[in-house]
Unconditional design. Structure first.
Length: 417
């Protein structure tokens, strides 16, 4: 066994074991606190809602156990199991040009990997989500969404993949720089176009029309110096009763989006506070810094791929007998997560830091108590656990635990009162 093969297997085993252990810790922590609502939430979350959140989280951990094993199995199947080699051989009979052959192999591999994961997606939607009365997606709607996402993925992804493979084969020693520039341009274009072109294919977006709410949102936008296409309501209730809000787009296509399910549950002042939080991400340059980090990491990724694709051991040690640019790309995409898994807490910490900063921004432009109340409602209505495992949360969570976050907001409210 080559040392690189051994390293891959060791890290795959370690990451799988770590994921399983953290999943079990989350399950145990939630069950341990299931019988009692945390004191800080006792007045606003009843025991029935708290136990629903606990049971919902536990059901999710049961599904995650299979997800962890499936991810490891797919990684092994495609690499050391000879999956990439087999798919490559199947397409040899088509006698395509090298670039089209590589494009077909990569697309086929991702299609197969997605198909393998489809049963778990169905289980989550029509099993767990339905059992806890969150799902409103019909089998017909699920199928339509699946076909549309597949079609959109092919429409956008095929040209990008073709160009990158062509550059890998024909552009010489600086292919990685040209490919990175293409990828950056594509990412910026999609991010710009998403709110106005792609998102409306799946959901209906309408400007907020409630006059009182509209006046409040416009006032917050003005106070924060934010110019956008407006604040929109999305018909999230077509598929789920979960509520959420998010910031999307760049340039003149910037939008703040509220799920209709969220607007139904929050008071106008609470919506104002949530809006101020979302605007905080923009005004504090969180969106920009995220894009810059993505661009830098993309450049490093293409440079690393260039080094690996010229290293024969990279192919042989991971089960590929016929080195090629598309095999290098596939190995890189499926193997890299194994090597970077233990960096996950860094990304989670960075995201939580931004959430705290956006909360502080919101407290300056709205009422921190209203934001705290909105967060309690979000956790209660989305059945998000109030008692996560500390280590699991630190490793994965992009948002701080509810108790920590709301305690900080109450402190900010007290300071400003």
């Amino acid at each position: 066994m080559h040392w690189f093969t051994g390293l891959f297997l060791l890290l795959l085993l370690a990451s799988t074991a770590m994921r399983s252990w953290l999943n079990q810790r989350q399950r145990a922590a939630v069950l341990r606190h299931r019988a009692r609502v945390p004191e800080a939430f006792a007045e606003k979350v009843d025991l029935q809602a708290h136990q629903k959140a606990a049971d919902y989280t536990v059901a999710g951990t049961a599904l995650n156990r299979w997800d962890v094993l499936l991810d490891a199995a797919v990684a092994l199947l495609l690499t050391l199991g000879g999956g990439i080699d087999a798919i490559d051989s199947w397409w040899q009979a088509a006698h395509l040009s090298p670039t089209w052959h590589g494009t077909a192999v990569v697309l086929s591999t991702f299609f197969i990997a997605s198909a393998i994961g489809l049963p778990l997606s169905l289980w989550r939607t029509f099993g767990i989500e339905a059992r806890f009365e969150f799902n409103r997606t019909t089998p017909k709607q699920y199928l339509i969404d699946l076909v549309m996402m597949l079609g959109l993925g092919l429409l956008l992804g095929t040209p990008l993949l073709f160009v990158i493979l062509y550059l890998m084969q024909q552009a010489g020693s600086l292919w990685w720089l040209y490919a990175w520039l293409v990828w950056v341009s594509f990412s910026v274009l999609v991010t710009w176009a998403y709110p106005a072109i792609f998102a409306p294919l799946f959901n209906k977006f309408t400007p907020v029309t409630d006059e009182a709410l509209k006046q409040r949102t416009e006032a917050v936008l003005q106070r924060c110096g934010f110019e956008s296409k407006g604040v929109f309501k999305m018909d999230g209730s077509r598929r789920s009763t979960h509520g959420n809000a998010y910031f999307t787009g760049i340039g003149r296509n910037k939008r703040i989006v509220f799920f209709d399910t969220l607007l139904e549950r929050l008071q106008a002042t609470e919506v104002e506070a949530v809006l101020a939080h979302e605007l905080g991400h923009f005004r504090l340059h969180h969106i920009r810094s995220g894009l810059i980090l993505q661009v830098v990491m993309g450049l490093l990724g293409f440079l690393l791929l260039d080094l690996l694709m010229r290293w024969p051991v990279f192919y042989a040690a991971l089960g590929v007998t016929k080195p090629s640019t598309h095999a290098a790309l596939l190995l890189f995409m499926f193997v890299l997560p194994v090597f970077t898994y233990f960096l996950t807490p860094l990304g989670a910490w960075w995201s939580r830091k931004h959430e705290f900063e956006a909360d502080e921004f919101a407290a300056k432009h709205a009422d921190a108590m209203d934001l705290a109340n909105a967060l309690v409602k979000l956790h209660r209505d989305n059945a998000s656990t109030l008692t996560p495992d500390t280590l699991h949360s630190a490793f994965y969570d992009s948002h701080p635990p509810a108790l920590v976050r709301i305690t900080r907001l109450l402190s900010l409210a007290t300071q400003r009162s």
